[in-house]
Design a protein around this ligand. Sequence first.
Ligand SMILES: Nc1ncnc2c1ncn2[C@@H]1O[C@H](COP(=O)(O)OP(=O)(O)OP(=O)(O)O)[C@@H](O)[C@H]1O
Ligand SMILES: [Mg+2]
Length: 255
Amino acid sequence: MYYAGVDVGAITAKAAILDDSRFVASAVMAAGYNRAAAAEQVLAQALQQAGLERMAVARLVATGYGRVQVPQADRTVTEITCHGRGAHWLCPDVRTVIDIGGQDSKGIAVNAAGRVVDFVMNDKCAAGTGRFLEIMAHALEEDLERFGELALRAARRVAISSTCTVFAESEIVTHIAAGVPKPEIIAGIHEAIAARIASMVARLAVQDVVMLTGGVARNVGLARMLEEKLGHTIVVLPEAQITGAIGAALFAREG
Ligand SMILES: Nc1ncnc2c1ncn2[C@@H]1O[C@H](COP(=O)(O)OP(=O)(O)OP(=O)(O)O)[C@@H](O)[C@H]1O
Ligand SMILES: [Mg+2]
């Protein structure tokens, strides 16, 4: 038997497939406007990777911002619960999960059983989400994929004082015009977002093991600066972006 989880977020759709004991396959793609179609397509991609037919999926659980727009799902579960569950399955010692997606960021405290015991969330403001990094990478004409690495190369960090994404973008344009080296500006951007997330997460009793999930976990610069601000080592697994989808697949397997 196979079980699937789809996590339809603000930016990407993710799918994960499990069998009765193991992880089988996954896929990630842009979510687009048609969430139901994105969910079906990303699931089809994961199934293709595993060499399975759609019929092979015994149960499908949807999570993420767009979960209610997935009519083919047998059940929906919140993203917070799925990230907690998925992170715990990947690393049973995890107690704090930080999920940074495209449109929101969350701090999740889980117990030894992987159950969510507390959480904090920012879904009101782009500063502190992946969107902020996307906008800044675009303003600096840099690839998002190497944005984090560039941040780590700087000897100094420029201070970004604006808390609003729109104002921060004009602040950056001013720094570029003033001839500040790009890596210093990029480091400042990462420091600003890391500080915002750290202060949000500090409202939880942050306990080791701390794990970073969501697409922004692929940004090495942010992970390092968040470690610095939190004073905790942060675990980043290759499954970071699909952790919510794995959680959803685990709920599908439980029935
Ligand atoms: N290769 C990469 N390098 C750096 N950052 C990346 C990379 N790929 C994605 N990201 C970041 O990940 C973000 C998307 O993360 P994710 O897929 O977790 O979002 P989502 O689940 O759709 O959003 P949300 O949870 O807010 O609804 C992008 O905004 C971008 O900042
Ligand atoms: Mg998400």
